[in-house]
Design a protein around this ligand. Structure first.
Ligand SMILES: Cc1cc2nc3c(=O)[nH]c(=O)nc-3n(C[C@H](O)[C@H](O)[C@H](O)COP(=O)(O)OP(=O)(O)OC[C@H]3O[C@@H](n4cnc5c(N)ncnc54)[C@H](O)[C@@H]3O)c2cc1C
Length: 464
């Protein structure tokens, strides 16, 4: 441990994801004299490398610090960089700070991204879209959003530029996981690998990767929490032409359907035009995800998106994430990883086999085990997904084709929701909890906006 002599800061930010970055940015915009430190468990952006190369290393080897999830830029550093400017999804920030304010802050973040390298990237919008009517006519609901698609390459450039700007005035500590946050007289003591620090105000922005640590901090400081939802479903892959009329104009469409049988809501998530389906390793459990490349040379013939159903448990069972993990484990047990099934096989009640897959017109972009998803997903969830596929077939004919591929399972885990007020402040004066680590946000735009919000609150209290 590199012991120091209790370095003192005005503000300490824990976590250098979008929440932490935008909190630091806004603090310095408002008061250049502030002494601000950012403590980050992962590496600087330039040192973040995932060892999976598809050749020598094909799957996750469980690095001590995951370079995909941690380091400057946080979990989104190598993402598609889709900034959704909306209150309809991506978090519930608006419930805390108000709808108008939340949108204002998301637009403000978008402006900064444009100034730091994002200029020229496309902003898609569903407003006034003819698809909204088409969806409504077919019992589907297209959510309102403007989507800034930075793309993986430009997203990285923006982060590089923001770091170059911030590092002149902010003390960054990398490879510096924080162990404890303790109350002191008039502030906080923050201890971790980089040493012991004190500050008057502390902003905790530790994202999904910091969820277990966040739970411990809440227990230690007696901050109330409540369980959040888990989203479970499948990833759908079909010929790009089937959704081209939507994806060419909107890039990503978030469509919600209420099932007739159970009145459950099923929604599309993370649409990747001409993209690839990929494995995702969450704590050793293999689930499925997808992404797409900006570079047309990397485009595939297929589009993929998830169909998810939210489950929220309260009493007596509260462990929504544990429920999602158990279902994912079941697919791993039966398929040795992710299972793929043709839609035609699923509705005929038979498993997909290697031979049936080879006859399929849709060529899978992920090598998964042909199997039977009805042995994995609870009936209620599967019925909802099947209903939604038929509903989508009305706005994108071909969706319910026999050869449409379903990969399972896709699971989206959420942090438990931490008790904070409209300032995103915990019951302890000066201790703010923001971004995905608070359970309130789950997107780049909402997490970034929450960072700006608390920075402004801190600036205001300093002035007052
Ligand atoms: C592959 C992938 C693709 C994605 N694509 C998109 C997308 O296109 N659009 C979108 O809106 N969202 C996307 N997301 C989600 C998005 O990345 C997150 O919602 C967002 O990054 C949350 O920001 P955050 O600052 O709250 O947390 P994070 O980005 O998770 O950052 C938290 C940081 O805190 C650090 N940390 C954790 N614990 C500690 C500790 N104890 N001490 C010090 N540091 C700690 C972590 O190392 C991490 O760097 C994607 C996520 C992934 C994984």
């Amino acid at each position: 441990m590199l012991e120091n002599t209790q370095l003192q800061y005005d503000v300490i930010i824990i976590g250098a994801g979008p929440g932490g970055i935008f909190a630091a940015y806004e603090l310095l915009e408002g008061n250049k004299g502030l002494k601000v430190a950012v403590l980050e468990a992962g590496h600087p952006l330039s040192c973040r490398r995932c060892p999976i190369d598809g050749d020598k290393v094909k799957s996750c080897i469980g690095c001590k610090v995951c370079s995909i999830m941690s380091g400057f830029g946080g979990a989104g550093a190598f993402s598609d960089g889709k900034y959704n400017i909306t209150n309809d999804f991506g978090g519930t920030l608006h419930e805390y700070i108000g709808r108008r304010k939340a949108l204002e802050l998301m637009r403000y973040v978008d402006d900064i991204n444009m100034r730091y390298g994002g200029a020229g990237t496309k902003l898609y919008t569903t407003a006034g879209s003819r698809f909204k009517t088409l969806c409504m006519n077919n019992d589907l609901h297209l959510l309102d959003a403007s989507v800034r698609h930075l793309g993986t390459d430009i997203n990285y450039v923006v982060l590089e530029n923001l770091y170059a700007h911030l590092k002149e005035r902010v003390d960054f500590y990398f490879d510096a996981p924080v162990d404890t946050v303790c109350l002191t007289d008039g502030g906080y003591q923050v201890r971790g690998k980089a040493g012991t620090f004190t500050c008057a105000r502390c902003v905790v922005s530790v994202g999904r990767s910091g969820s277990k640590w966040m739970e411990q901090v809440c227990r230690d400081l007696q901050i109330p929490t409540r369980s959040n939802r888990v989203d479970i479903g499948v990833r759908v892959e079909l010929p790009a032409e089937v959704f081209a009329h939507l994806t060419d104009e909107l890039y990503e469409s978030k469509i919600v359907y209420r099932t007739e049988t159970y009145e459950d809501k099923v929604r599309t998530f993370c649409m990747n035009p001409r993209g690839v389906v990929v494995n995702e390793n969450t704590n050793g459990i293999i689930t499925v995800n997808g992404h797409s490349y900006e570079d047309p040379a990397m485009h595939t013939a297929n589009t993929n998106f998830a169909l998810l159903v939210s489950k929220h448990f309260s009493e007596p069972f509260k462990d929504s994430n544990g429920y999602g993990e158990s279902i994912a484990r079941l697919s791993n047990m039966l398929g040795g990883g992710v299972i793929v099934q043709r839609f035609g096989d699923l509705i005929r009640g038979r498993r997909s086999t290697k031979a049936r897959m080879e006859e399929s017109f849709v060529v899978p972009t992920l090598s998964a085990t042909p199997g039977d998803l009805s042995l994995v997903l609870p009936k209620r969830l599967l019925d909802g997904i099947i209903e939604m596929i038929y509903a989508l077939d009305k706005v994108a004919p071909g969706t319910a084709n026999d050869d449409t591929l379903l990969y399972g399972v896709e699971v989206k885990f959420y942090n438990m929701e931490v008790a904070v007020d409209h300032r995103l402040m915990s019951p302890h004066e000066g201790l703010y909890i923001i971004g995905d680590g608070s359970g309130i946000t789950h997107s780049l735009s909402h997490a970034s906006a929450s960072g700006v919000h608390v920075a402004r609150d801190i600036l205001q209290t300093l002035e007052g």
